[in-house]
Design a protein around this ligand. Sequence first.
Ligand code: MN
Length: 324
Amino acid sequence: MKTRKSIFDIANMLLRRNNFYILTHKSPDGDTIGSAFALFYALKKKGRKVRVFCEDPFPEKYEFFINLLNNEENFEPHYIISVDVADTILLGENLEKKYERKVDMCIDHHASNKYFAKVNYIEPSAAATTEIIYDIIKNLKVRIDRSIAECIYMGITTDTGSFRHTNVTAKTHRIAAKCIELGARHNLISRKMFDIKSTSRIKLECVVMENIELYYKDKCAIAFISKDMLEQTGTREEETGGIASMTRQIEGVLVGVTIRERENGEYKLSLRSGHEIDVQNICAKFGGGGHPNASGCTMTGSIKEIKNKILKELEFLENYDSRF
Ligand SMILES: [Mn+2]
């Protein structure tokens, strides 16, 4: 249903309910985790029963924000909320099977959102879903403590690449500032999210960089991450988050493509671009989506076929001059 509810309505709907399940997307990132746990802590403060569910294990670096001890209560859900999930397929196979048609409320900021829930609160102008969660929690009349503020701040910094992406607005900074006033340790969070990497991750980055290919007068970079590379460097799948942004660090590269090998001959593509080039449209052609400057899709076939398909969509780069 596309009728527009206000943030006040959304908060009030939550206040009338209990026994919540909050669902994140698979391969969880900072925004989906931060959104889920900020809301989890807030609803707990309201005396509600809440649990967070994710298809995949939470990467270690987010453990700081997650209180798993409080996440073990057994109860049947009366109200199911998804956060930062654009499409039920992104819940992952098991969660999708269980909850595909049962999500009561979807809170998200992806323009590509499929409006799959009974109530959908989609705000594409929000840089992160945690921005929306901040507004909801304020309307729940919950005092935002340090753990909530840190979850929100973490979601914002990760989804904005530390306030560097084009999705950042003045409101993003205002909410982040508010979180700092409420006790969020921004320097600690930034260090955990952006500076510290496991040795295996650093090794993986080296191998990936070594094998990067450049096309269209070096304006397009393609990186590969094979299962072999993960094994060789001892990197776990959940440690590979954010690696796609490496392609855009190369001077002159306007579009970066990261092709990651998955199970059963499937490949996950992550596209990154500067603000003038929309890669969401390109990914949509292959059934994917995301944001204009950061999108993804899944393809099957040989690596050569996949490369050719995506390169064909990026042919325009050959004669493209960036004004920026
Ligand atoms: Mn997000």
